[in-house]
Every structure is written in structure tokens, then in C-alpha cells.
Write a protein that binds this ligand. Sequence first.
Ligand SMILES: CC(C)(CO)C(=O)C(=O)O
Length: 342
Amino acid sequence: MRYIIIGAGAVGGSIGGRLAGAGHEVVLVARGAQHAALRDGGLRLKVPDGEYTYRLPTVEGPGGLDELRADDVLVLAVKTQDTVGALQAWGPAPVAGGGTAAERLPLFCAQNGVEGQRLALRVFRHVYGVCVWLPSTFVEPGVVSAGGAPLTGILHLGRHPHGVDETVRLVAADLDKTGFFEAPVVPDVARWQYAKLLTNLNNTVMALSGPADGTEAAAAVRARVRAEGEAVLAAAGIAYASVEEQQAVRGHKVDLVPLDGAPRTGGSTWQSLARGTGTIEADHLNGEIALLGRLYGVPTPLNELLQHLANTFARERREAGSMPIAELAALADQAVAFVQEP
Ligand SMILES: CC(C)(CO)C(=O)C(=O)O
């Protein structure tokens, strides 16, 4: 199989690099400065076992390929807010030399949340979810780091929202065989992704108030945000894997190792803010909970607040981590009081 990594950033670059390192054919897809750096200098992957450079075919879109092949596997690793753009480019994808129609190819969404798969199913027939547990960082154009050891990441895979087929087994086997991923094939990948969504609700808290906030105030905000998420999923009848189930798989297999020259950061939303990308994933993390809350009549003041504040930070390019946790906690109290008013 040939792996086409659409969005060769932190997660996509880590997966693509490790697959290439294990001898697989990999094509990287990126835009702008990242495309230029990957094309000219290769992909530099900083990991606990060393630093590797992979010189791989790199394109900006399907037009850069001669053709799509029947053995191509698309891995969509762009941030959720960039999914529609990527699907518009790749979905109908008539490529120069003809070949296989992209919409018939398997598309694996290696993304946070669940919205990516829903969008992809409007265009692609064979959509797979990947529940990505892979702490990684976009260091600078052409360079990504992934600090998990002994494994780089744990990637639960399955057809979205549920189901297993031969393709997912083959992809999981390729990932497993790199030696750097554990890739359990699960019959209910959405259940794992909703569990991860609950964890990712904290991404905005970290992005606003700093990555390494071990204070009681931060823990209290996180607990309240998660409790809202759990109440919403319960009301919507959406099942999610328990913390114990997740820990049983994860164990200490992706413990973080400090990497020379690669800054330790606070999750993907923090990184987006720190890079000043102008957009973040909050609409599909806290915003997913707020949406479900409205659909099922469950108040979600904290998640709405976090969605709003984080989007404002991104739009105004405010400094990541610059809101003291006490200020965030006070705003959270006000938001809760506001919805409780008669
Ligand atoms: C928690 C983590 C790092 C795991 O992959 C993540 O999902 C994120 O930063 O978005």
C-alpha cells in the first residue's frame, strides 16, 4: 500500500515518517512553507530514538501526483477546521493521469473529535476513524517532534462509526510493524473517539492558561468541563470508553521523553495559538459538546465559554497561556451563574 498523508504536520509527519522508516511508500501532502521545506530538505523527525530525515515525494494536492492507485490509502491528518478544504481538494480528485477515483479509496481520519469523519463521509465511501494518542509538535517548517516512548503513539482504528474490514486490519498491521505504534483494531472506534474528545476538552484550558498548570484551580476547571461533556454524552445516548479502559491500553507505553531542541508544549490547541495560525480546533472539541448540549437540552456554559474564549484568542492572535487560571475560573463561575438565572 502507498500512504498519502494529507496534512504532514505534527501528527501526519510522525505517522508518515515512522511508516517511511519501516520501508513503506509514503507521499506527503502539505501547503506553503511546510510544503517547500519538506520538498527541499525532507521531513526531519525528532524522536526519543534519534533524529531522522526522510526524503519523500511531497505534493501540495492531488494535481502533484501522476495518478491515484488502487492500493493508495489516504490518511487525513489536517486539523478538523481544515477538513472541508482538504476534502474539496481530494474528494473528487481527477488527477492528471486518471487512475483510481479518490472517493473510492480508503480515507483514515487521524484527527481529534468526530467531525472530520462526518464531513468525510459526505464525500468518501470508506471512512475510518483513528483515535490518535500521539503527543507531537510542529517545531518549524520541515521539522516535527514526537516525544512518546517506548511507543510514538497509540492509534485505535476502525470503520467510522463502527465496523472492521480487511483494509483496517492491513493498515493496523503496517502501523504495528513499525514497532513505534500500537494500533488496536476496534469494532467501535467512535466509542474511543468520544472518550478522547472528553480528554481534548482540556486542550482549550491549556491553550488559554498554560500547558503545565498543576494547580487545584486548573484541576477544578478541567473537572467541571469534563462533567459537562459526560452529561451531554449521556443525554445523547453516546457511549464512550471509560478512563480505565483507555489506561489499560495506554499504560506507560507513550510516556513523554524530553527531546533536545524540541519545545515541550501543551497540546495541539496551545500549539496552534502559539504559532498564531489564526484558527483552532475548539469548535469541534468544546464546540461539539456545546452543539450536542443544545440538541439534547443540556446546558454547557463552560464548554461554550472555552469555545468562545479560545476562538477569540486565535482570531486576535493573543498569546497562548496568557489568561491566569483564576481569571478563567471566575469567568466560568459567571457563565454557570448566567445559565442558572431564571
Ligand atoms: C492529548 C494529545 C496530545 C494526544 O495526541 C492530543 O490529542 C492533542 O494535543 O490534541
